[in-house]
Design a protein around this ligand. Structure first.
Ligand SMILES: C[S@@+](CC[C@H](N)C(=O)[O-])C[C@H]1O[C@@H](n2cnc3c(N)ncnc32)[C@H](O)[C@@H]1O
Length: 230
């Protein structure tokens, strides 16, 4: 695509969250440059043959970088792709994505299949039921989960707790619900079927690199959202 046209398309998007380069001379005017997090993820440089799921991609910085490495990328967001910069990123880069406008709570393995890598970045604190979402992610993930979230660094250290934010009291944003501490994040992941390989924190953000231990969901979670045996 011609640079002039790309610049015009970028300018037509109401709001960019991610600041990133789409092509030579074309950088989106987002307030958040996620380049440092891409490095922290330690994604394989060659992702050919890898099925990757990006939950809550927003403008698609991470989806784009996985597609550039050759991954087959499914991106799921409850906003339409034209409601943020994703559609423009897709048009300018010419990369292909399986974009689904869906709520994380609607995702099923029957619909999407399983994924080698799942990115779950900047989404957990937007969810009213963290365990249900992690159980769904567990069900979709056949390999590695990269979870990044806001966390409470000094809330009851040593005890797994989460703080509930009523209404829009966190960041003046009514889409925020819970912010867990580190212990809580790790405990919730263990109660699904994840094993944590690595976690790194900076300020009030944390990245957890985990992998599924079993092909099956954990018994505790099957019971939690199912029925007691008769
Ligand atoms: C803070 S942005 C994170 C963007 C990107 N993953 C990152 O880390 O830079 C949260 C994204 O998750 C999406 N989102 C929030 N709640 C969701 C839900 N229940 N189901 C699907 N998408 C959701 C939002 O629309 C938004 O695109």
């Amino acid at each position: 695509m011609e640079q002039r046209l790309a610049i015009d398309l970028v300018a037509k998007v109401n709001h960019w969250h991610h600041k990133f380069k789409l092509m030579e001379g074309v950088v989106t005017p987002g307030s958040y440059d996620p380049g440092f997090l891409l490095n922290l993820l330690e994604l394989p440089p060659d992702m050919r043959g890898i099925r990757a799921l990006d939950i809550g991609p927003s403008d698609g910085f991470f989806s784009m970088h996985m597609a550039l490495r050759g991954a087959e990328v499914t991106s799921v967001d409850y906003r339409a792709k034209t409601a943020h910069g994703f559609a423009t990123m897709e048009a300018i880069t010419g990369l292909r994505f399986d974009y689904r406008q869906a709520n994380v709570y609607e995702l099923t393995r029957a619909d999407l299949g399983g994924f080698d890598i799942v990115l779950f970045l900047g989404v957990l604190y937007h969810l009213p039921d963290m365990m249900r979402a992690l159980d769904i992610v567990d069900h979709l993930c056949d390999g590695r989960l990269l979870l990044e979230t806001a966390f409470e660094p000094s809330l009851f250290p040593g005890t797994a707790v989460a703080r509930y934010y009523e209404s829009a009291t966190l960041g003046n944003d009514r889409t925020n619900f819970w912010v867990p501490n580190r212990e809580c994040i790790l405990a919730m992941l263990r109660d699904c079927s994840f094993t944590v390989d690595r976690d790194e924190a900076w300020g009030n953000r944390i990245l957890v690199d985990a992998r599924v231990q079993r092909a099956e969901r954990s018994d505790k979670m099957i019971l939690a959202y199912g029925r007691l045996p008769g």
